[in-house]
Design a binder for this molecule. Sequence first.
Ligand code: ADE
Length: 218
Amino acid sequence: MRWTILSLFPEMFVPLQTSILGRATKAGKLQIEVVNFRDYSTDKHHKVDDNSYSPGAGLVLSCQPIYDCLQAIDPEHKAHRIFMTPAAPILNQKRVIELAQYEHIIILCGHYEGVDQRVIDTCFDEVVSIGEYVLTGGEIPAMVLVDSVSRYVDGVINKASLISESYLDGKLEHPQYTRPRVWQGISVPEVLFSGNHAAIQKWKDEASKAVTEKFTKN
Ligand code: ADE
């Protein structure tokens, strides 16, 4: 799967080169490129923003550099294009799995007061928020999107890890334990040593239900 991230701060994306995503990139399962759309500004000082037409609001990213950057990368609009913004539907695991079907996704990271709405309306397919809070820019949200979706790309992680994880069927995963059997006087649940697969499954289901009830709305 190919990702192209449009950002004014390409140096922020080092985390995508490490650990699981770094290995998947080296193995050719992922291609992640970061493009600074300032390089496409036709302004003589490479300006990418201007004052908002809304009185009192700050700077807004202009259409021109973003549009020209998209024309250079994806002239026929073949990629799925996403703008990261808090003013959007919130990402969930269902949408994460659906997005993994695209061959190429372009992400635009916003900054300042936002992006001129005309380039969003005419050039982008989807807007995505990562939660009900506001960050200083779209870079961290873009990394959240790349990480969560890339897990579903073939060969990125062990398939078994995707089978019993949180948020599938709206449920959260049961707790996990490892050695030692007793730590600071706290024992691992006895049933996990029983060898009784039905009893272990029952414990997992009940533990998952308890965490789900504790931490999810509705
Ligand atoms: N940019 C700033 N805050 C954001 C959020 N919550 N989701 C996506 N993009 C953002």
